[in-house]
Write a protein that binds this ligand. Structure first.
Ligand code: SF4
Length: 333
């Protein structure tokens, strides 16, 4: 079996494993019901202390994927393991609380993620209280100050009484990251954490995530539409298209030798001053498909210059390209 999205050594412990995760939304179109296949049979392994970037255009299913893992929305099928323990499909209130402490999420919009009425200290102290991690006010304050220092908000005391509107965009996202860190999670699911920030701040936040990974051995799933950010921050990449995983492998391998025509298309859109000839094919264009009416065969075939009759009829299965690198494309079968 081709192990999806993993090139790390087999000895590395697993932080998170996802197998055949699936999400089908039902919606009405006039008198008829339509089924939207948002995520289709996605599998991956996240090794402890590593970063897996899930990359794709908007509508590729990457955010739905991590929302299912975070148990914010129920899955339609598939299995999840956290530290080799299977997570039940449905969790009771106590089990959900325990799971949320172990798996924290960082949202795209730091302004929306913070309550405008409460100061930083309260918003960061709440999870400590909810998860029973700090009983006394001074214990709580110490933990909050430590987390603020860890994300570079120093002196921490200056930030305790600030509200979201009193912080810059970068500071707000640091508070959101500190709030995730304060409960000492095992896995962090980061949903486009830099896409709403100014370019000048983006690199600082990416560097912060890298430093926290090394300092605390954190494991991240980092969702992004931007391959340049994925290249900077991740150890492995999983590329998604139309709800499916289409390529996976170590970041260096996928960036240097992108195998799937869709990954080549994404790479060709990354600005690269040293690149004279764009990677991939600049003629490839078009829009992602309607997830309620997916094309037959390979979902990418209407946009692919290499498409053959087989591509239009037969859905491609993942094929090994090199050790630890695979692509779901007939070019490799
Ligand atoms: Fe293109 Fe065919 Fe590969 Fe799909 S399977 S990406 S259509 S070559």
């Amino acid at each position: 079996m081709v192990e999806p999205a993993s090139g790390a050594s087999i000895e590395t412990a697993t932080a998170l494993r996802v197998e055949s995760l699936q999400k089908i939304f039902k919606r009405r179109s006039g008198a008829r019901a339509q089924f939207v296949h948002a995520v289709n049979q996605v599998s991956f392994i996240l090794h402890q202390g590593s970063v897996l970037a899930v990359v794709g255009e908007s509508g590729s299913g990457k955010s739905t994927l991590i929302r299912m893992i975070a148990h914010l929305i129920p899955s339609s099928g598939g299995r999840i393991w956290l530290n080799d323990q299977e997570v039940p499909h449905r969790l009771g209130i106590q089990a959900l609380l325990h799971y949320r402490r172990r798996v924290q999420m960082i949202f795209q919009d730091p302004f929306g993620a913070l309550n405008p009425y409460y100061p930083v200290q309260y918003q960061m102290g709440r999870p400590l209280t909810n998860f029973g991690l700090a009983r006394h006010a001074n214990e709580r304050q110490q933990a909050v100050e430590r987390a603020l220092e860890e994300v570079g908000l120093v002196p921490a005391r200056d930030f305790l009484d600030k509200r979201a509107h009193e912080l810059s965009g970068g500071q707000r996202q640091r508070v959101v990251i500190a709030r995730a860190l304060v409960v000492r999670p095992e896995v962090i699911l980061a949903d486009e954490p830099t896409s709403m920030l100014d370019v000048s701040i983006r690199m600082n936040i990416l560097n912060l995530l890298k430093r926290l990974q090394h300092d605390f051995g954190l494991s991240y799933v980092f969702v992004t539409h931007d391959l340049a950010s994925a290249r900077h921050v991740s150890d492995h990449i999983l590329v998604m298209y139309a709800g499916e995983a289409v390529e996976g492998g170590s970041t260096s391998e996928v960036i240097a030798e992108a195998a799937h025509p869709y990954t080549q298309l994404l790479l060709s859109a990354v600005p690269e001053p040293s690149r004279e000839i764009p990677v991939g094919n600049p003629q490839v264009s078009g829009e992602p498909p309607n997830l309620a009416q997916l094309p037959t065969g390979c979902f990418f075939h209407p946009r692919c210059q290499y498409a053959t009759d087989r591509c239009r009829k037969e859905h491609p299965a993942p094929q090994p390209v090199k050790a630890g690198h695979w692509a779901a494309c007939h070019l490799y079968s």
